[in-house]
Ligand binder design. Structure first.
Ligand SMILES: Nc1ncnc2c1ncn2[C@@H]1O[C@H](COP(=O)(O)OP(=O)(O)OP(=O)(O)O)[C@@H](O)[C@H]1O
Ligand SMILES: [Mg+2]
Length: 451
């Protein structure tokens, strides 16, 4: 499955906004990587959570958020969230006898504390209400196929900014229940729950490959999982073993470290990728290459805990290990935006006097350095200098601008600033030749204007 677009109406900060997830350079194809940028409070998390609710299906959504309190901007009416999804090649189900559909649109209403009427029915509590009319037919079919809870639903998962492996210092017991599909979105809504599934899964596989008589399929899953997990870890860090007491050990530059003792950065990367691996294998039990199957993964604040070096490589690693997943991620990091590659679609969310505007800034990102991106419209022209240096640069520009009218003291100040800035930000200091050319051009324009 992949998502073509999402629309939010009257939801938190959004009045009525739409985002398309087709490639920026080829509108007929899905974009496999979408980066959402924007200042704090511009709605990135809201957008991702609304998508999680839609991708979880209506029953899953109501389990994840039984009472959507505070979701409406104008609480005298209802809000709507809608999605257009495409069925993937290996996704379950066939819609339509004469005309097959693989593109489905559907929506939910969100109600608030005030009484509203939807389709002749009154709601006076925060509730998620399913689509009506034509979309309802799509939705009821999707409920049986895409959102089916027992294993084979279409693959999607959502991860909030607080995802982490548990630090519970306990022994993991090799047993495993199969996951209900809505739990794919747990880590998006349950801030306090650690992600334990992947650890339990690995311990379980390790146990079964030793105990089972015919363990070839278990062995394969074990190998796929380990290869994938090593694929998202930086050089010098790799899976080592599972101990007889059920602890997972990693090799970090030659040292053996159990997951509970690993740093937050490693644990957050492991929590995310490990969980995806486990859930993909469960969603596609008959696939030889479960990690290459299609699906949608939403990640809030992908950069969290990651060193800049790893921020830049993480998008590429995820795309290599999960080549057919459509990733939709929110981040404050220009390195994640750059690391996502040339084909990535990048949106910037902005608050303009209380109204959210969304711009496609994909082309600002391509061919730019992280420094350029920060100072481009994609990030809102943030200065990459310290406030003190920024102040010196502002004064230098001001004096330079008026250099023909300066007092003796100001001329001295300009010379001093030039000297100081040569040491701190040499490329911001204009050389003699540039100044002469600028002066010449200015005089020429002034003369032309007089003529
Ligand atoms: N009921 C509401 N009506 C209007 N605005 C709301 C309502 N509830 C929340 N908001 C606003 O909607 C925005 C939601 O922000 P959200 O958490 O999605 O932003 P974000 O882009 O993820 O920010 P950050 O980068 O800090 O994580 C906030 O600015 C919040 O003040
Ligand atoms: Mg957020």
């Amino acid at each position: 499955m992949w998502v073509e677009n999402v629309v939010l109406k009257n939801i938190r900060c959004f009045d009525n906004n739409e985002l398309s997830f087709k490639r920026w350079d080829d509108k007929t194809e899905p974009s496999r990587w979408i980066t959402l940028l924007g200042e704090n409070g511009t709605g990135k998390s809201t957008l991702l959570q609304a998508m999680s609710l839609l991708l979880a299906g209506p029953d899953g959504a109501r389990t994840l958020v039984p009472r959507p309190i505070g979701w409406l901007k104008d609480d005298t009416t209802y809000g709507t969230i809608s999605l257009v999804v495409h069925q993937g090649q290996h996704d379950k189900g066939e819609y339509g006898e004469e005309r097959k559909y693989t593109r489905f649109s559907y929506y939910y209403y969100i109600t608030g504390e005030k009484t509203v009427k939807i389709q002749e029915r009154e709601y006076n509590n925060p509730t998620i209400v399913e689509a009506s009319g034509y979309n309802a037919r799509f939705l009821s079919w999707l409920k049986k196929n895409a959102f089916n809870s027992s294993g084979n639903g279409w693959f999607a998962a959502g991860y909030g900014a607080f995802r982490r492996l548990t630090r519970d210092n306990r022994i993991i017991i090799p047993s495993l229940e199969s996951p209900a599909r809505y739990t794919n979105f747990y880590a998006h809504f349950e801030e306090d729950k650690g992600i334990t599934s992947f650890e339990r899964w690995l311990v379980y596989l390790d146990y079964r490959r030793i105990k089972d008589e015919d363990s070839s399929s278990v062995e394969r899953q074990y190998q796929i999982s380990i290869e994938a997990i090593n694929g998202v870890l930086p050089d010098g860090v790799k899976f080592d073993s599972v101990t007889s007491s059920g602890r997972i050990i990693f090799d970090i530059g030659g040292r053996k470290v159990p997951t509970i003792a690993m740093s937050d950065g490693f644990r957050s990367a492991l929590a995310l990728s490990g969980d995806m691996i486990w859930r993909l294998i469960n969603a596609f039990p008959d696939s030889d290459t479960p990690l290459s199957e299609e699906g949608v993964v939403l990640i809030d604040e992908l950069d969290i805990h990651l060193h800049p070096l790893w921020q830049r490589t993480m998008p590429g690693m995820l795309q290599t290990v999960f080549p057919n997943i459509q990733f939709i991620v929110a981040t404050h990091s220009p390195l994640i935006a750059v690391g996502a590659g040339r084909e990535a679609l990048t949106y910037r969310l902005m608050n303009r006097d209380g109204v959210i505007k969304i711009d496609d800034v994909s082309q600002d990102i391509i061919n730019s350095s992280a420094d350029d991106i920060l100072t481009s419209p994609a990030f809102g022209l943030v200065s990459t200098f310290s406030p003190e240096v920024e102040h010196l640069l502002a004064r230098y520009s001001e004096l330079l601008e008026n250099r023909r009218l300066l007092s003796v003291n100001e001329t001295k100040e300009l010379k001093q600033l030039e000297l100081d800035l040569r040491g701190i930000a040499p490329y911001k200091v204009k050389d003699e030749l540039t100044l002469k050319v600028e002066d010449y051009l200015r005089r020429k324009v002034e003369a032309d204007d007089k003529d």
